[in-house]
Design a protein around this ligand. Structure first.
Ligand code: FAD
Length: 385
């Protein structure tokens, strides 16, 4: 998104992606109302909505067997009053196809950044591994948008604060049938959580487990694991045997961390590279996109005429840091109270906050705003400055 917006503002941009395609399983599928609003501002919304997707106007969770509406997006002030569920590879293909219409945009696939180059203390470029050998690319600004295992962040020596996360996620596919119940946010049960993402002909399943708990789960055997899935979602009973080998069940480690300084001379980190997000609340993609908009707004015009100074880069952090802190605080709260904590471990009871959401529909607008728009939403300035 940062590449698209900067190229649109007339800045020559090269995006390096280490894989040959965007077809990675380990990404969320949520395109939030604020991102859809951005698509509207960019004139891309109609084309975007023609891509296969599902529109979710209300998020529901099944908590200890009771269905509870959590967030109602229909009252938002955006053009799209829903979350669009679209596999992220489709979204990235869509975005990069449109970015390629700008003469100043280049996308280089199979270019893996392996290091940085420096002019004294200033970051001057990257070294990338490509199918044709190693390459050095120099640039006025390097933007680290390489996710939660960011090599750019590590090579730049930026200091990071890690916040303990008590969970990991097991990630697997189970086929989907036409008469399956409609998608809900997830199934909470006695302190455990199963999330199902509708990917057309299959469910992408995420089972939240205690951090480091996979060995114990394996020791109890596949049969018990399958039974555990069925205890959340009975309709999967006739298909859960598809998970007949541990190789079909992938462990995704969840982290929450944040850089103290998101930049140094010649380099800026945004998205998970600056602040790794947990899947809790499904807001990390939105936050990363909002960082990209702020980057294009604050730096686009200056980058058109050359390098920017570190004070300019700090403005991006100054703008985006408090929304990040707020959302990460919420994620830490969800981990402690809702997923692994007191709010969900009593057998049949509905935690207080969910009883409120169930009884007072108007309250569902609060999570809708937080998830769908987020704190301090960014609007794209077409001047890029
Ligand atoms: C299990 C799980 C589920 C999640 N579900 C959701 C959800 O439903 N909704 C939501 O909003 N958030 C979700 N999140 C959080 C969300 O995935 C992240 O916050 C978001 O993807 C961050 O976007 P990003 O662009 O910063 O990084 P990423 O999406 O991680 O993108 C980084 C990109 O950089 C590329 N790359 C990495 N290293 C290099 C390199 N050295 N050289 C070149 N390219 C490189 C990668 O291939 C990738 O394309 C989830 C997180 C997890 C762990």
């Amino acid at each position: 998104m940062a590449g698209y917006l900067l190229a649109r503002a007339g800045v020559p941009v090269i995006v390096l992606e280490k894989h040959a395609d965007f077809f990675r399983d380990f990404r969320g599928d949520t395109i939030h109302p604020s991102t859809l609003e951005l698509m509207y501002e960019l004139g891309l919304l109609d084309a975007f909505l023609k891509q296969p997707h599902q529109e979710v106007r209300e998020l529901r969770a099944v908590i200890n067997g009771q269905t509870v509406p959590i967030a109602d997006f229909t009252k938002l002030s955006t053009h799209c009053k829903f979350i669009a569920f679209m596999p992220q590879w489709d979204f990235l293909n869509f975005l990069s196809t449109h970015a390629k219409n700008f003469p100043s945009f280049q996308l280089l696939m199979q270019h893996e950044v392996v290091g940085l180059t420096f002019d004294q203390q200033r970051v001057a470029g990257v070294r990338a591994k490509t199918p044709r050998g190693e390459l050095e690319i120099r640039a006025d600004l390097i933007i680290g948008a390489d996710g939660r295992h960011s090599i750019i962040q590590a090579r730049a020596g930026l200091k990071r604060e890690d916040f303990g996360v008590p969970i990991d996620v097991l990630w697997m596919r189970i086929s989907k049938k036409q008469d399956d119940p409609q998608q809900s946010l997830g199934f909470f049960q006695q302190g455990k959580l199963l999330v199902l993402l509708d990917r057309g002909d299959y469910w992408q399943c995420g089972l939240v487990i205690p951090k480091g708990g996979l060995d114990d789960i394996k020791a109890r055997g596949l049969q018990q694991f399958q039974n555990g899935i069925v205890s959340f979602a009975v309709f999967l009973r006739d298909r859960v045997a598809e998970l007949d080998d541990w190789s079909k069940i992938k462990l995704l480690t969840v982290q929450i961390n944040r850089l103290r300084n998101w930049c140094r001379d010649g380099l800026l980190c945004i998205g998970d590279s600056a602040h790794a997000m947990s899947p809790a609340g499904g807001v990390g993609i939105n936050l990363a996109i909002q960082d990209a908009v702020a980057t294009a707004n604050l730096l686009g015009e200056k980058l058109r005429s050359g390098p920017v100074c570190v004070d300019d880069l700090r403005k991006v952090q100054a703008r985006r840091e408090w929304p990040t802190r707020l959302i990460q605080a919420m994620q830490i709260f969800i981990h402690r109270r809702v997923v692994t904590g007191r709010s969900s471990d009593r057998k049949q009871s509905l935690p207080f906050v969910f009883r409120l959401l169930k009884s007072f529909p108007v309250l569902r607008q609060i999570p809708a705003r937080f998830i769908g728009i987020g704190p301090r939403p960014e609007r794209y300035c077409s001047s890029g400055g």
